[in-house]
Design a binder for this molecule. Structure first.
Ligand code: SAM
Length: 223
């Protein structure tokens, strides 16, 4: 896929791949190649450009964040994306995770509840030539039935439990990658669906912003 961007941060990106990803056990060549190809600095606000490839999440406005590079790579590896897979992402944010999934050849639908972020992400992804990513504004805890069933669903916000709608919208053999736990601390889980049964595997501890919605955390007063 053609990605319309020059490479001003090439050495930062290489260092990110070696120190943050390879050394921590991300081995899948296609995931490493996608993390190398997608220009993360295009997804962060101008004031954070010098920190674009640092080992942490960064603010993107609206009290939300673009996830830490390692977490994006770990979730992508856990989702085991093959070209042509139908993939749902819940929590578009900046659009970075969606761009990585699309770079792997997935047909991506991504849902964001914050309309300002979803509009910005849609424009950014189009500008970068990622025309095949569909950005929806709405409550992703309900999934997106028109695109189902999905080979993989990646949730990039922390949930109190796996939303039933997302389990229902997984294809047989599909996997849900989702941080599950409390408001401040979660465990990244991968939930496999096979002949209507589910198997859960715990991956890394993590700290995500809350998944807010009908089948997530309740919206705070004024939030
Ligand atoms: N994947 C994003 C990226 O690559 O930049 C980072 C996502 S950020 C950690 C979590 C996002 O989930 C926030 O933008 C937040 O607004 C969104 N979110 C929270 N609850 C949601 C819901 N029910 N449906 C859709 N998006 C939700």
């Amino acid at each position: 896929m053609a990605m319309k961007s020059t490479n001003p941060f090439e050495s930062d990106r290489r260092a990110m791949i070696d120190r943050q990803l390879r050394r921590r056990g991300i081995r899948e060549p296609r995931v490493l190649e996608a993390m190398d190809a997608v220009p993360r600095h295009e997804f962060v606000p101008a004031e954070f450009l010098p920190e674009a490839y640092e080992d942490r999440p960064l603010p993107i406005g609206e009290s939300e964040t673009i996830s830490q590079p390692y977490m994006v790579a770990a979730m992508t590896a856990a989702a085991r994306i093959d070209p042509g897979h139908r993939v749902l992402e819940v929590g578009t944010g900046s659009g970075y995770q969606a761009a990585i999934l699309a770079h792997l050849g997935a047909r991506v639908v991504t849902i964001e509840r914050n309309s300002r972020l979803s509009e910005e992400a849609r424009a950014r992804l189009a500008r970068l030539g990622l025309k095949d990513v569909v950005v929806i504004t709405g409550d992703g805890t309900r999934g997106y039935p028109p695109g189902a069933p999905y080979n993989a669903i990646v949730v990039t916000a922390g949930a109190p439990g796996p939303p039933q709608a997302l389990l229902d919208q997984l294809a047989d053999g599909g996997r849900l990658v989702i941080p599950i736990g409390g408001l401040r601390q979660q465990i990244l889980q991968v939930i496999f669906k096979h002949e209507g049964q589910y198997a859960v595997r715990d991956l890394d501890p993590c700290q995500f912003v809350p998944l807010v919605g009908e089948h997530g955390w309740p919206l705070k007063e004024g939030g």
